[in-house]
Structures are given as structure tokens and as C-alpha cells.
Design a protein around this ligand. Structure first.
Ligand SMILES: [Mn+2]
Length: 316
């Protein structure tokens, strides 16, 4: 097992990977997210002297698979997974920028490969949707609706078997947060295997902070550390118009930033993934700004040179 710095002052470096692909969804606009964020200075927004932040590879599917999403992601996900695994093993904290959410199979298979000797991995899935269809239950066949099921071991072999032929996360260590738009079949799968789903109706009743406390408890029960994947459509369309599949009635950005800020101090956070940002649909850069704020909150970046654990995120 890799030993990570635990002195409470030095932070792991952040390695950013991009996925230049929207092939898994209905609207391919997420293909432009990584390049747009790189040009907008995402690394600089996250940086300072600590943590150090650097871009790694930006992956893209082979052109010959442009019309075959399953073939495209069958080839691409293991490449993402290997890069994420290697960065994790080197002691870095990967930040993966999708792409549509089908790249989550690669991201979390990679983190799993790096941490499986330490124990199971927890996963917080922040999303308007459940992404838990299998090819048998999907109404559309679109693979961006399937990655969570695949990571739980349900679905097509090329996805469930990415790097290791085993489930990458266990139901008791997964929490879906912010869901409000899904089909009964995918909810039935998650209910049957025992995944905690905290939907928007419950969040509205309890408050974001209280609900997030429970979600973090669920994923932190896993002894191998935990990860967070954020689908930008989890946010209310007022705060994230730049997504391919908007769903009204979502999380307000400031609430989510505030509730994720304590995570920035968590040494057990293995990786962060942010998907489905569609720059072509953004309005006045609001989605991009909120994406950067979420990444800074979850990764504990102050954007200025830090002096240890005292740095905090300023929430507007
Ligand atoms: Mn999603």
C-alpha cells in the first residue's frame, strides 16, 4: 500500500486528466469541457504552492469509433483507468474532467486498482440522475446512463471488467446525492442491492448540509478511502445551464460548495471527477465558475500560497 503524507500540512499533488469525449450521451457537447477548462486556467485556480497542480493527458476516443459509443469507451476507459491508477500509486490525487459520465467507469476502476489492497472504496455520486441502467433496462441504450451500475458490477462485461473483473465499489459504500430524474428500473436496482439514494425531495426537507453529512458518513465507512464524482447536472439549471441533460429543482451551487468544503481536509479523498460540463450551453460562464468553485472546495485549494491546514474556502 502506498503511504500518503499524513503530517496534516503537506498535501498530495493534484494531477488533472481530461476526457475529450461526449460519445456516451445524447448531446456530445461535453467533449469540449477539458480543453475549455485548461484554457480557463483550472490548474491555476486550484494551485498555489500547495497543493501543486499539473495537467496530465487529455484522452480522446479513436475517430473510427465515433459512431460506436460502446466500442469507444471500451477502449478509452482502461486508458483512463491506468493513468488514474498510476497517478494514485505515485501519491497524487487525480482530478478527472469529463466528458460525459461514461468515463466514470475508467476513473473509478483506476482508483480501485490503486487502493484495493487497502480495502473497499467509497463513492459519493452527486447527480440529478442515477446512471444505474444496464443494457437490459435502458430506454435509450445511451451508455452515460449506465456507469454507476457497471461500477457496482451490473452491466456489460467491457465496463464491469475494466482493469479488474470485479465490482469496483460495494453498495454499502455508495451514496447517490441530488437525484430527481430517473426511471423506475434503475431505482429498483439500487434499492435491491442496498445503495443509499438521497434525492432532492429529501435534501429539500433536511437541508443540504445535514443530508451531506450522512452521505459522507456512508462513503467514509469504506476502509480504502473514498472518491467523489460530480455530474454538473446535479446543480439547478440556474447555476449550471451548461449541461446536456438539465433537470429543474437541483442543488444550489453555493450550498453544495459549502457542504463539500470540509472534504478538502480529508486525507482519505482518493480522487475527484467532474463530468457533463457542456461549454456550448453555458451562459455567461456561470457553469464554469461553479465547477471551479466545487473543485476548489472538494480539493481544499485556496488559490493562494497556503500555510497549512488553516486555509479555508471563501464562499460568495
Ligand atoms: Mn451522471
Amino acid at each position: 500500500m502506498t503511504q500518503f503524507p499524513s503530517d496534516g500540512v503537506r498535501r498530495r499533488s493534484i494531477r488533472i486528466f481530461g476526457v475529450r469525449s461526449g460519445v456516451g450521451g445524447r448531446d456530445p457537447g461535453a467533449v469540449a469541457a477539458a480543453d475549455t477548462l485548461k484554457a480557463a486556467g483550472l490548474a491555476e485556480h486550484l494551485g498555489g504552492d500547495e497543493p501543486s497542480v499539473a495537467w496530465g493527458e487529455i484522452f480522446r476516443p479513436a475517430r473510427r469509433h465515433a459512431d460506436d459509443p460502446k466500442a469507444a469507451m471500451t477502449r478509452l476507459n482502461p486508458r483512463i483507468a491506468e493513468a488514474v491508477r498510476d497517478a494514485s500509486l505515485a501519491g497524487d490525487r487525480p482530478l478527472v474532467i469529463g466528458g460525459d459520465h461514461s468515463c466514470a467507469v475508467g476513473t473509478w476502476s483506476g482508483v480501485h486498482a490503486a487502493t484495493r489492497s487497502a480495502g473497499p472504496l467509497g463513492l459519493l455520486w452527486i447527480d440529478a440522475h442515477l446512471d444505474s441502467h444496464t443494457p437490459e433496462t435502458s430506454h435509450t441504450g445511451l451508455i452515460y446512463g449506465m456507469p454507476l451500475a457497471a461500477l457496482l458490477g451490473h452491466g456489460d462485461a467491457p465496463f464491469t471488467g475494466c482493469l479488474h473483473d470485479e465490482a469496483k465499489v460495494l453498495p454499502q459504500h455508495v451514496c447517490v446525492f441530488g437525484a430527481r430524474s430517473y426511471e423506475p428500473e434503475e431505482r429498483a436496482l439500487l434499492d435491491r442491492i442496498g445503495v443509499r439514494v438521497i434525492g432532492m425531495d429529501e435534501i429539500a426537507r433536511r437541508g443540504v448540509h445535514d443530508a451531506m453529512q450522512e452521505a459522507l458518513c456512508v462513503v467514509r465507512r469504506a476502509s480504502g478511502g473514498f472518491g467523489i464524482t460530480i455530474d454538473m447536472d446535479a446543480l439547478d439549471p440556474r447555476d449550471a445551464p451548461g449541461v446536456g441533460t438539465p433537470a429543474p429543482g437541483g442543488l444550489r451551487a453555493a450550498d453544495l460548495v459549502r457542504s463539500l468544503s470540509p472534504v478538502g481536509e480529508a486525507e482519505e479523498l482518493r480522487a475527484l471527477e467532474i463530468c457533463e460540463y457542456n461549454p456550448g450551453r453555458d451562459r455567461k460562464g456561470v457553469t464554469q465558475r461553479n465547477l471551479i468553485a466545487l473543485a476548489r472546495a472538494a480539493l481544499g485549494s485556496s488559490g493562494v500560497v497556503e500555510t497549512g491546514r488553516s486555509a479555508r474556502i471563501a464562499v460568495a
